[in-house]
Design a protein around this ligand. Structure first.
Ligand code: SF4
Length: 237
């Protein structure tokens, strides 16, 4: 697919410009600590179709009832379902969790992702993605958060903003968007770009009513609807 050059700038230059503006306004985001990879994987599975608060509540309830992942694996699916009900799609999520925990034990003789950590990024992504219920976003989140791999996972916010900024074609899927952006993410900045785009998507470039009048990325945006939004909400700052 042809690279999305605009205004005579390459995609790499445009990503760099946006990252600078995001960091200037919202701060550089730095990954802290070394979270347990299995926790991150399970937390990300729980996050599907819910918000962060309910995801965290479900995760806390699950860990209170089943302190070790081996306890979750041994528990009847209905009990896991009960513990995570608040996060929605609980039957499906409980089944996926058990399947993935069973896969780890079978594949690595331990409920752990230590062996995945040593793989190079593409192989690690492919191995995680081979599990039902683990898409490229979930796999990339685990690699980025647990091991600090330099990736920018594409969730709903990153997907929407990437299309509005014209980084990728309007029709690009989230998976395609991830692949198209991957070679252009400024070195060492995958985490900061991802977290800053999330913040920007939650506060300014909202899904339904983007605040184009308050947008510091207005000049970088190629979304056709932005002029109409300005007419309703005021001029950009
Ligand atoms: Fe989003 Fe509007 Fe800003 Fe474009 S101008 S990035 S649509 S908030």
């Amino acid at each position: 697919m042809k690279e999305q050059n605009r205004n005579g700038k390459s995609l790499s230059e445009r990503l760099r410009t946006v990252l600078l503006l995001l960091e200037e306004r919202q701060g550089e985001k730095i990954r802290e600590g070394s979270p347990e990879p299995v926790d991150i994987l399970m937390l990300t599975l729980l996050s599907q179709n819910t918000n962060d608060a309910l995801r965290d509540k479900a995760f806390a309830q699950l860990r209170r009832r089943f302190p070790r992942w081996s306890d979750v694996l041994a528990a009847p699916t209905e009990q896991i379902e009960e513990s995570i009900r608040i996060a929605g799609l609980s039957r499906q999520k409980a089944a996926r969790m058990k399947e993935i925990l069973a896969w780890m034990r079978e594949e690595f003789a331990d409920i752990s992702l230590k062996r995945v950590e040593n793989l190079e990024t593409e192989a690690a992504l492919a191995l995680l993605k081979s599990q039902k219920g683990v898409g490229i976003k979930t796999a990339a989140v685990v690699l980025m958060i647990a091991w600090g791999r330099d990736l920018c996972p594409v969730d709903t916010h990153v997907h929407r903003i990437s299309r509005r900024l014209g980084w990728v074609p309007e029709t690009a899927s989230a998976e395609k968007t991830f692949e198209l952006l991957k070679p252009h993410v400024p070195a060492g900045k995958g985490y900061s770009l991802h977290m800053n785009l999330l913040q920007f998507g939650r506060t300014i470039c909202l899904a339904r009513n983007p605040l184009c009048g308050d947008c510091f990325l207005y000049e970088e945006c190629f979304w056709e609807g932005k002029a109409q939004r300005i007419a309703r909400t005021g001029t950009p700052r």
